[in-house]
Design a protein around this ligand. Structure first.
Ligand code: ZN
Length: 429
């Protein structure tokens, strides 16, 4: 099958492109970036030392700290006059991360994103409602650039603005929704509430930027009447969203391995994990000019999926992002990722996908309360036995005691962006 945007490369051809890109990148940053030059010199590596892909292991890691230290234009490897744009991340604490782009960087990002729309099975006839943040954030700009490059119609609504969202869905008959999974859930609820199910024309959704459970996904796929939904990956440090997308086989996310290298490491030992095992994703860009990345630690947890995909695309795959290594919390000596709680809840058909974990400390002892919403068609009669069953399962699978409360649908706070699953109030005893 010929595709307009996704290249059909063999494993060898991808490896050749990776080696060529790695050599170029190391030479480029050595010449252009005092930060990278000093990093490489400290590691005792010169650009000529990169002769094979195995030599990647010799290169030093780059971290979010390095980006902060280099504020406001970290990792800059070209003259400022060559920078045509900057984007920034939300940055939870302190200074935000700001990354610079040359025109070539923007063009490449646009082409990568066009690959995503192609992967999602869209055509130029599609109408793409973009419900993500515009401005400093990369999300809006990425979805927009890619849509125009691909040739579909962009409806740039931005996040929130529910009334306008519903108006666009019904009047302009958007066929593809782009949003966070929380926003897609909320839109599904609103469409239902206003009786608009038969008046909208959505077929597909591209969603991302936060971890989701299969249950959340089924919920918004059903309420919006979707044929398919696709998980998208991306981060400001590596252009933005659009660096990979799930395909119609729904068995992992294809990433653009001709444009960046993915390594999976153990976040503690920093050594590569065994093939197929979960660990922290580390990325190295291959053509990025303004702010290249060399072994950048993303803190995203995932694994490489071995083998070829049934869809026929040869680009390799990673699993959906299972969480962030820094989202982990420690409860009574046990390391827990919020997604583990989500996976337990997944097994109960009478529960919805919305949940919240709160951690408190009383008399020196930590307590965990998990609040989860009953499914919209469930009855409150079984709340107590359901809560008990969930607590038992959490104990069995995660080895901790928790108090579970089943609450009415719509009780827990909703968010347009990323829903905060964990409230840690243990410092406020
Ligand atoms: Zn595939």
């Amino acid at each position: 099958m010929t595709r307009r945007f996704i290249p059909d490369l063999t494993e060898e051809q991808i490896a050749d492109k990776q080696l060529e890109g790695l050599k170029w990148t190391v030479g480029h940053v050595f010449e252009g970036s005092p930060f990278y030059r000093s990093q490489l010199e400290q590691a005792g590596v010169a650009p000529d030392d990169v002769k094979s892909l195995d030599d990647l292991q010799k290169l030093p890691f780059t971290t979010a700290e390095d980006l902060k230290d280099g504020y406001p234009m970290p990792l800059l490897s070209v003259p400022e006059a060559d920078v045509v744009r900057i984007h920034g991340s939300s940055g939870t604490t302190g200074k935000r991360k700001i990354l610079a782009y040359t025109q070539n960087d923007i063009d490449l990002w646009r082409d990568m994103f066009a690959r995503c729309y192609e992967m999602a099975g869209l055509t130029v006839e599609d109408r793409v409602q973009i419900c993500v943040g515009y401005g400093l954030w990369t999300a809006g700009a990425g979805f927009q650039l890619g849509c125009e490059r691909f040739g579909a119609m962009a409806l740039p609504v931005g996040p929130g603005l529910l009334e306008i969202q519903l108006q666009m869905l019904t009047d302009l008959k958007s066929t593809c929704l782009c949003s966070t999974s929380s926003m897609a859930l909320l839109m599904g609820e609103e469409v239902h509430k206003h009786g608009l199910t038969d008046k909208i024309a959505l077929k597909r959704a591209i969603f991302g930027s936060e971890t989701h459970t299969p249950k959340m996904r089924r919920q918004f796929e059903e309420s919006l009447g979707l044929e398919h939904s696709f998980d998208i990956i991306g981060m400001t440090e590596l252009y933005g969203p659009g660096t990979g997308l799930e395909c119609e086989a729904h068995d992992g996310i294809h990433y653009w391995a001709d444009l960046y290298i993915v390594e999976i490491i153990d976040p503690v030992t920093l050594e590569p994990v065994a093939p197929g095992e979960q660990g922290e994703m580390v990325v190295t860009s291959l053509q990025k000019e303004a702010s290249p990345l060399i072994r950048y630690r993303t803190h995203d947890l995932t694994r490489l999926i071995p083998g070829r995909c049934a869809c026929g695309v040869t680009m390799p795959r990673i699993d959906k992002i299972a969480g962030r290594s820094d989202d982990m919390f420690i409860f009574r000596g046990v390391n827990i990722y919020p997604g583990q709680i989500g996976s337990v809840l997944e097994r109960f058909d009478d529960l919805s996908a919305e949940y919240q974990i709160s951690l408190t400390r009383r008399e020196g002892l930590d307590h965990m309360t998990v609040r989860v919403e009953r499914s919209p068609d469930g009855s409150s009669d079984h709340d107590e036995s359901l809560a008990k069953a969930v607590a038992t399962d959490i104990r069995k699978h995660i080895l901790v005691r928790s108090e579970v409360k089943v609450v009415a649908p719509g009780t827990l706070p909703r968010s347009f962006a990323k829903t905060k699953r964990v409230q840690d109030e243990r410092g406020e005893e």
